[in-house]
Design a protein around this ligand. Structure first.
Ligand code: PLP
Length: 366
């Protein structure tokens, strides 16, 4: 992945923004932060956005704002990046897993209901790889229960939509990551929290600043998760290109779909009806995955496995006592998925080279 290509054409604008911040003398939570929060709220059809230090902090502070603590359970998918679950563990709450849907790689709502208990305090659907979860169904099921917060993990899905509605607008709250490789990335770590509810937004605003409601008035214990003005300034520029870049990702995905149509044993990523995929990753299922990946990497192609171990089988969660076979679809995905290079600026020739190398690797591993 060549991140510098994304910046071609906006490099001068980014340098000017950095110069502006340097001469402003204000380096955290200033005007650039305010502008970014405004733009994020508007883009996601919500009232409130809070700029933070990372997507991980957005998840952590959102759960804290929703009152998640030791007595609670939080339901999520075992097939996600560790941060989703780390935040639950950080609060002493118990992660409860629900298997994924084989097509979207997202939490399967058909399995959600049986995971509810009296201790369930939140559900975190993860729009994995940029494919939207079935939010209407999740809302319907959680709506029947009392006091369960729906917290969308949109780290990989900025710009993905269900119908006309962007992900992040469905739940009670949502977390975004602007890690540099994300669809819209900062030039360092950054994240954001969005919500329809003022009380949750205010709580996260306090929590990101040591629990302060005013200077040196610490209402609760918080952390330092303020966003740098530099990162906010870069993001204000890059956010304007989000739609164009996502469109380019979708065109690249369509081209991969075509090129892979008759590749033996390969399953291209399906898109569920009504969904607009953000293609943070273009994830195929490949036979003999590990060997195929090794050959692609040897040919200089950055094919990656996100993620080789489903979280219920990771060492950090061994205390939960999940055995192999607990979530068959997540385990199968972990064995089969392979993410092919996709980013704005990737050329048609490069895509052909990726697919030709993949075909050769498939042949050689037979
Ligand atoms: C699904 C998911 N959730 C949360 C995060 C955490 O975001 P960050 O790296 O900004 O802390 C990531 C980032 O990689 C992610 O992919």
């Amino acid at each position: 992945m060549d991140l510098t290509r994304v910046h071609q054409g906006i490099e001068e604008e980014l340098k000017d923004a950095a110069a502006r911040v340097i001469s402003s003398g204000r380096y955290v939570t200033g005007e650039e932060n305010a502008a970014l929060e405004h733009a994020l709220a508007e883009m996601h059809q919500v009232e409130h956005a809070v700029a933070l230090n990372s997507g991980t902090d957005a998840l952590l502070l959102g759960l804290m704002a929703a009152g998640v603590s030791r007595e609670h359970e939080v339901i999520t998918t075992p097939f996600t990046f560790f941060a989703t679950v780390e935040c639950i563990l950080a609060l002493g709450a118990k992660p409860v897993f629900v298997d994924i849907d084989a097509e979207s790689f997202c939490l399967n709502p058909d399995r959600l209901e049986r995971a509810f208990t009296l201790k369930t305090r939140a559900v975190i659907p993860v729009h994995l790889y940029g494919h939207p979860c079935d939010m209407p169904r999740i809302a319907e099921l959680t709506g029947r229960e009392s006091g369960i917060a729906v917290f969308e993990d949109c780290a990989q899905a900025l710009g993905a939509k269900l119908g006309e509605k962007p992900v992040g607008a469905f739940g009670d709250m949502a977390a975004f990551s602007f890690y540099p490789t994300k669809n819209v990335g900062a030039l360092g770590d950054a994240g954001a929290f969005i919500t329809h509810y003022e009380n949750l937004a205010e709580a996260v605003r306090r929590l990101r600043n040591h629990g302060q409601s005013a200077r040196y008035q610490h209402d609760t214990r918080g952390i330092n998760s303020r966003m740098d003005e530099l990162q906010a300034a870069f993001l204000n520029i890059k956010l304007k290109h989000a739609e164009k870049w996502n469109k380019e990702r979708r065109a690249l995905a369509a081209r991969y779909d075509e090129l892979l149509a008759d590749a033996p044993g390969v399953v291209a990523p399906p898109v569920k009806p009504g969904c607009e995929h953000a293609y943070h990753q273009y994830t195929i299922r490949a036979p003999r995955r590990d060997e195929v990946q090794r050959r692609l990497n040897e040919a200089g192609i950055g094919a990656m496995v996100h993620y080789p171990t489903p979280l219920h089988l990771s060492k950090a969660l061994s205390h939960l006592g999940y055995a192999e076979g607990s979530f068959p679809e997540a385990e199968r995905a972990a064995r089969e998925v392979l993410c092919l290079p996709i980013f704005p600026g990737l050329t048609a020739e490069e895509q052909e080279r990726v697919v030709n190398s993949l075909r050769k690797a498939l042949e050689k591993t037979l």
